[in-house]
Design a protein around this ligand. Structure first.
Ligand SMILES: Nc1ncnc2c1ncn2[C@@H]1O[C@H](COP(=O)(O)OP(=O)(O)O)[C@@H](O)[C@H]1O
Ligand SMILES: [Mg+2]
Length: 380
């Protein structure tokens, strides 16, 4: 089945669309990557989104506008991916949408909201769409995240030692082979927010870590930031921009830009390192846009010393595209009546078949249910 996974993470930089040919063969899920196209949000939509994220209070008219515009942006990305990667032969779309709110209280997730009305995607492509992956896991008592954990587990199964998958997007998250998965805290979110403030919006992120490379982490501030209680909470736990939002800017604004960026980069690195060490990892397989920041990667490698940090490309999944591929897999699983979650990872009472389905132009014809769930994922 030819599936396109559509993803925009908490960095809300672009809609990533990855196409994959997926087949289930005797317990092995075979994934042939066909490529990824990344379509940046236009600046107007990006600004509308930025203004709506926590801690902003937002009128429903704005929510409706965002749901529509994001749905249209995802639809355009889907049309493009189908044309450029699939020769127009895609069969199913799996859309994560854009997280705008992750409602966490007392360590539990009570709700999670992804915008990007799937009707626009179905209308533009004529294809069925699986969307709204997270809420079903929340309804089953889970965190609704990290949803890539099942894909990580299937993908890394059989590797020697204790390989830990790490994705550094706006927020960073880990999956360990025993089924533990959680958000470690900030990935690039605080860096991006600070860079935008320091450059008056000229830069969206610290390109190649250039600013942080020229600065020095300010120890006392780092120590204070590390006191955030989230880091000490046990897994399963997830977080978002409700906790790690642009207001962190207040903590660093008095520092020279370079030192502020160096401090925040080290905050991300140190919280990831502490989490990795807590899992007795023997290697880290990293993905996400944060792997493109050489200062962050150097900080991780220095502090993880004997634990090698590999980038997911080495194992066949390009770092920038891994999450979009993961959602293609989750859409495929739903279409085949298979669960997309691991209860130990999300904290749910049971595994769930994820998502809501929007029919395509020719209605909704699903493949026959799979005889059983995959036990491993192989990249072809
Ligand atoms: N060349 C680069 N140098 C430094 N950081 C980068 C670079 N390329 C991407 N990034 C970081 O990666 C982020 C996007 O990563 P991504 O995996 O798309 O996150 P998300 O899933 O949250 O959208 C950017 O906002 C930026 O912080
Ligand atoms: Mg992104």
């Amino acid at each position: 089945m030819l599936v396109i996974g559509l993803m925009s993470g908490t960095s809300y930089d672009a809609v990533d669309a990855a196409a994959a040919e997926l087949r289930l063969l005797d317990g092995t899920l075979l994934l042939k990557p066909l490529g990824m196209v990344s379509t940046p949000y236009d600046e107007e939509l990006r600004e509308a989104l930025a203004g709506a994220l926590p801690p902003a209070a937002v009128p429903l008219a704005r929510v409706c506008l965002l749901d529509t515009r994001i749905g249209q942006a995802f639809a355009a990305a889907a049309v493009r991916a189908n044309r450029e990667l699939c020769g127009g032969r895609a069969e199913l779309l799996a859309s994560h949408g854009q997280t705008v709110y992750h409602w966490v209280a007392d360590g539990r997730v009570h709700g999670t909201l992804q915008l990007g009305q799937p009707a626009w995607i179905a209308e533009a492509t004529g294809l069925p769409v699986v969307a709204d992956f997270r809420p079903r896991d929340v309804a089953a008592g889970g965190q609704g995240a990290p949803l890539v954990s099942l894909v990580d587990l299937l993908w890394l199964r059989g590797r020697p030692g204790t390989p830990v998958a790490l994705n550094i997007g706006g927020i960073a998250n880990l999956t360990a082979p025993d089924g533990t998965a959680f958000d470690t805290g900030p990935g690039c979110a605080l860096l991006d927010a600070a860079v935008r403030e320091f450059t008056g919006g000229q830069l969206a992120y610290d390109v190649d870590g250039a600013l942080a490379a020229r600065g020095r982490p300010f120890g006392p501030l780092l120590d204070r930031l590390l006191e955030e209680p989230y880091y000490a909470l046990p897994a399963p736990k997830t977080t978002g921009k409700e906790l790690f939002h642009a207001e962190y800017w207040r903590a660093v604004e008095r520092l020279p830009a370079e030192d502020a960026l160096a401090t925040l980069t080290l905050l991300t690195a140190q919280t990831v390192v502490d989490a990795v060490r807590g899992l007795d990892a023997t290697e880290v397989i990293a993905s996400g846009g944060g792997t493109r920041n050489p200062v962050l990667m150097a900080m991780l490698r220095t502090r993880l010393r004997e634990i090698p940090v590999r980038v997911s490309d080495e194992l066949g999944l390009p770092a920038a595209a891994k999450e979009a591929y993961a959602f293609a897999v989750l859409g495929f699983l739903t279409a085949h009546g298979l669960a997309g979650t691991v209860p130990t990872a999300t904290g749910a009472r049971h595994p769930s078949i994820l998502g809501s389905l929007t029919p395509g132009r020719n209605g909704l014809r699903l493949p026959p249910p799979a005889p059983g769930p995959p036990v491993r994922l192989r990249i072809e």
